[in-house]
Design a protein around this ligand. Structure first.
Ligand SMILES: [Mn+2]
Length: 341
């Protein structure tokens, strides 16, 4: 039986700096969803990347587009650009994601009305923050979502066009742009206007309440591999190790070692970066593509190993979910001790 050819899409405004992230997404999509298309939309097309994609990632299709919105604010513009080419269903993937299993099953049974988004790290809907997200735009909240929304993965269809257009307009609004400009680090930006996903959330709970939202479950369906590695809980690590079916996506968020450069090894922030990088599930899945990346300078993260890390890997039979358990426990202990002092 022939299945529908899916259209995945990603965008990055730093195609040279984030070449590694883009390549990993392209390689993983070419492996797990070889019959689908991954549209890679970039403001410029570096020759080296185009040449690499032609050889290594046959399912990727590169496009040049300079959107008005920067970084994560470009999502609606990129989605509309592809919809204008007659594509009725699009699945957005952040450029720091990797596919680790073909997600085909996820989309097969969905009706056109359903919007899919990832569940956020917090795993619950903050109703009070929802009120605030609606209020900053002068809207009234009409519903709460089932859980926190993360826009790293989004499935939209032509039915959602009015929502996407409205989302794009809101992201160009002075109110949003001002909040983005004021941002100095992560704390001072207003939470209700933090990024594109807060605005999408605001629209879904006010002007577009008729759209059903299906969430990809954080844990069994998508792993947010956060800088605070304890965010991927022991329960989910063990469950994913025991499950026959692995999650569809791993999302490297908050800490991108290849973007940070080797300096993170010396950061004394109590996050055990030099130990945790080698135990991240994202890095585990990335290693299988090491030779095909055609990048130098992978030693400080992709090939980085310490004796502690090796021990964790050996004791857990090199399981991508369990290898971080030891560090998880150490971190819990450290926090418990700190609270008692
Ligand atoms: Mn991301």
């Amino acid at each position: 039986m022939a299945t529908t050819r899916r259209h995945y899409v990603t965008f990055d405004d730093r195609p040279v700096r984030n070449a590694v992230g883009l390549k990993l997404l392209m390689l993983s999509a070419a492996e797990h969803a070889p019959d689908d298309v991954l549209h890679v939309v970039l403001p410029e097309l570096p020759e080296a990347l185009v040449d690499w994609a032609r050889r290594q990632a046959p399912s990727a299709l590169l496009h040049r587009l300079q959107p008005r919105g920067e970084g994560w604010s470009a999502k609606p513009e990129v989605l509309l650009y592809l919809m204008d080419q007659g594509i009725g269903e699009l699945i957005w993937l952040d450029a720091d994601l990797m596919m680790i299993r073909n997600p085909q099953l996820l989309w097969e049974t969905l009706s056109e009305e359903v919007l899919v988004a990832a569940e956020d790290l917090a795993r619950h809907y903050d109703a009070a923050l929802g009120e605030e997200k609606a209020r900053v735009w002068g809207y009234k909240k009409k519903r709460d979502l089932e859980t926190g929304l993360n826009s790293a993965v989004l499935r939209v269809t032509y039915r959602h066009r009015p929502l996407i257009e409205s989302w794009g307009k809101h992201l160009q609004h002075e109110l949003y742009l001002q909040a983005q400009r004021n941002f100095q680090g992560f704390v001072d930006r207003p939470r209700a206007l933090y990024g594109d996903q807060e605005v999408l959330d605001a629209l879904l709970i006010t002007q577009f309440v008729e759209i059903p939202v299906r969430f990809l479950k954080y844990g069994p369906e998508i792993i947010h591999d956060h800088r605070h590695f304890y965010a991927y809980t022991a329960r989910d690590r063990i469950r994913n190790a025991l499950r026959l079916a692995r999650p569809y996506f791993v999302h490297c968020t908050g800490f991108h070692p290849w973007l940070e450069g080797p300096g993170f090894h010396h950061e004394e922030s109590g996050e055990y970066f030099h130990e945790s990088v080698q135990l991240k599930p994202y890095v585990w899945y990335a290693r299988r593509y090491a030779d095909r990346l055609e990048e130098d300078n992978l030693d400080f993260w992709l090939h980085y190993r310490t004796p502690f890390g090796r021990l964790c890997q050996v004791l857990t039979l090199n399981n991508p979910h369990l290898q971080g358990l030891g560090l998880w426990a150490l971190d819990r202990y450290r926090r418990w001790r700190k609270r008692r002092q």
